[in-house]
Design a protein. Structure first.
Length: 150
């Protein structure tokens, strides 16, 4: 497995084609691709936190990780690259979310800790209230927030 630089447009295209339940985010601070034998098999997109409360200028959020097929340790490898890049850019911490039914084993294996359980939102202030936001399949579901200090 080899980490490679990837354009935001190409990362979004990969996610839109292969992610199991959501579309790619509109933007990112940086993204990393993962190749196996010259074929792109995964991407990670890292941006500012979606939650304005957590967007303090020192925090990054892994907005999307997507692996096509089974590639042992691919997710952990992408998470490791995201952590190192975030640290090199001077950020203090990085967060991400999983759905309650997802194990979080890649995160635990990469040294992340579960920080909080969030509530799902179904009121008028949910994420689909602005035209430029995409409606996501699990938007009204509580999620687990994971954190890693950089």
């Amino acid at each position: 497995m080899k980490a490679i630089p990837i354009k935001q447009r190409d990362a979004r295209e990969f996610i839109n084609e292969h992610h199991r339940h959501n579309k790619a985010p509109r933007g990112s601070v940086f993204q990393v691709g993962l190749q196996v034998e010259g074929e792109l098999v995964g991407v990670i997109m890292v941006g500012r936190p979606v939650s304005r409360v957590l967007d303090d200028g020192a925090t990054l959020e892994v907005n999307w990780t997507c692996i096509n097929g089974y590639h042992k340790n691919a997710c952990s490898k992408l998470l490791g690259h995201a952590v190192r890049a975030g640290k090199a850019l001077g950020y203090g911490r990085i967060i991400t979310y999983t759905l309650p039914h997802e194990s979080g084993s890649s995160l635990r294996g990469a040294g992340w800790t579960m920080e909080a359980v969030t509530k799902g939102r179904s009121d008028a202030s949910s994420w689909n209230n602005r035209e430029d936001r995409q409606k996501q399949m699990f938007q009204n579901t509580g999620k687990l927030r994971w954190i890693k200090q950089l």
